[in-house]
Design a protein around this ligand. Structure first.
Ligand code: CAA
Length: 285
């Protein structure tokens, strides 16, 4: 029987972390949402508020259910509040040194039986696990944006992942209403390995003047049956995240399709990060 997690911690309440915290709370789990920066903590709270409000306005949640969901999330600025969590998932920026330092802290703070998970999009779960004294209980649990909507969770196994925690995390994903797939620890796992090459290639086509941004978006929506064109999707993912994932993929694959398109680098340098900053390829202001 898989072990049921009851209290989960989410570290980092950006777009992904806040969405993941909401998913856990909707499934009835107690959530401890951690952001060390007070402004970021408030942004995370606001993200969950807007997302649940949207569900209320669409008749998908009652006001009472929204309040219950909110009541299950405890927002805090201190990692020490994670000491009793059964599972902690990290959703901080894609910088290996930050992740390893955080996992070393979590290893010290969390109870020995706790499973430590990373929502990393592309970094090595094995290298993150090696920063702890419990690498067998460190795993990838990769959600997709927007987390409350997208049905997939990639469960990333390393060469040292123990079977028990892997089964428990897959069972948890199913309890959340998601479909887990098991993937090995290779840069980008499955979805990002395939998706980011395509998105980056779209940016290259734009730079070469093959078609306009609007026409590339329309072409892929109507011609390939995708819910969003590549530039709308890049803006949703966040251009900084897309850029970082492409960099990691390129380092591992050496495949030119992953070499970040210059326009991506330029937009990120200019602070145009997509929806979250109000402007990316498209304008949201
Ligand atoms: N947060 C919460 N809920 C959201 C949401 C958000 N940001 N955006 C949309 N929704 C919900 C809506 O409330 C609506 O729910 P109901 O059906 O219950 O009313 C539902 O999603 C559909 O929304 P809309 O009708 O407004 O819009 P849509 O039909 O165009 O769907 C979409 C929006 C689900 C985002 C869809 O366009 C889509 O699937 N896009 C592709 C997204 C994708 O590929 N994500 C993966 C990115 S890769 C990644 O995340 C990995 C990584 O590591 C980088």
């Amino acid at each position: 029987m898989p072990r049921a997690f009851e209290t989960v911690g989410v570290v980092g309440l950006g777009t992904m972390g806040a969405g993941i915290a909401e998913v856990f709370a909707r499934a009835g789990l107690g959530v401890i949402g951690v952001e060390v920066d007070a402004d970021a903590l408030e942004r995370g709270r606001g993200h969950i508020r807007r997302s649940t409000e949207r569900a209320v306005s669409r008749g998908r949640l009652t006001e009472a259910e929204r309040d219950e969901i909110f009541g299950r999330v405890r927002f805090t600025g201190s990692l020490d509040d994670l000491r009793d969590a059964d599972l902690v998932i990290e959703a901080i920026p894609e910088v290996m040194d930050f992740k390893r330092a955080l996992f070393a802290d979590l290893d010290r703070i969390c109870k020995p039986a706790a499973v430590l998970a990373t929502n990393s999009s592309s970094l090595s779960v094995t290298a993150i696990a090696a920063a702890t004294s419990r690498p067998g209980r460190v795993i990838g649990m990769h959600f997709f944006n927007p987390a409350p909507v997208m049905k997939l969770v990639e469960v990333v196994h390393t060469v040292v992942t123990e079977a028990g925690p892997a089964d428990d995390v897959a069972a948890l994903a199913r309890r959340l209403g998601k479909s887990p797939v098991t993937v090995g620890d290779r840069a980008g796992f499955v979805v990002n390995r395939l998706l980011l090459g395509y998105l980056n290639h779209a940016a290259t086509l734009l730079e070469r003047g093959v078609a306009s941004m609007g026409d590339i978006d329309t072409a892929m929506r109507l011609g390939a049956g995708l819910p969003m064109g590549p530039f709308t999707l890049l803006d949703l993912i966040g251009l900084d995240t897309a850029y970082e994932v492409c960099e990691v993929l390129f380092q591992e694959s050496r495949d030119r399709v992953h070499a970040p398109a210059p326009i991506l680098r330029e937009l990120v340098a200019g602070g145009l990060l997509g929806r979250k900053s109000g402007r990316g390829f498209h304008d949201y202001e």
